[in-house]
Design a protein around this ligand. Structure first.
Ligand SMILES: [Zn+2]
Ligand SMILES: [Zn+2]
Length: 131
């Protein structure tokens, strides 16, 4: 396997693993454990490439962090306000929402973004222990 395709393969594996919606920095930290010489720039470039190929999704969170997702279907997310963790929200897509809003808007609606936020189980547990 060529060096560049090996790098890309490792990066893809690290995005998909555990499905924690890692940022580019977090992916870089993980990939470095397996490919110690890789640079952050190479990781960024490969993430862009994997996204362009449709192998991963880029998700923009309301907190401004850009994260990557190995789950390719349209789905919602829930974000912890304490630690920033992002999980999938297992809610069926509100597919009629686009249509409903489209009817009251002059825009042609192509989609919507919905992000839940709250306190994740780990942070809840920690908060309870402190009380
Ligand atoms: Zn949390
Ligand atoms: Zn996701």
């Amino acid at each position: 396997m060529r060096k560049s395709s090996l790098q890309r393969q490792v990066i893809l594996e690290e995005v998909i693993r555990e499905n924690t919606h890692p940022s580019a920095q977090e992916i870089y930290q993980r990939v470095r454990q397996r490919l110690p010489k890789i640079s952050l720039g190479t990781v960024y470039r490969n993430l862009e490439h994997l996204e362009a190929q449709g192998l991963i999704q880029k998700i923009e969170s309301a907190d401004g962090q850009r994260r990557f997702d190995g789950e390719l279907s349209d789905h919602y997310h829930v974000r912890c306000l304490y630690c920033g963790r992002v999980d999938d929200a297992p809610l069926p897509l509100l597919s009629r929402l686009n249509q409903n809003f489209g009817r009251m808007s002059d825009y042609k609606i192509l989609g919507h973004r919905l992000e839940f936020f709250g306190i994740c189980p780990r942070c809840r547990e920690m908060a309870e222990k402190q009380n």
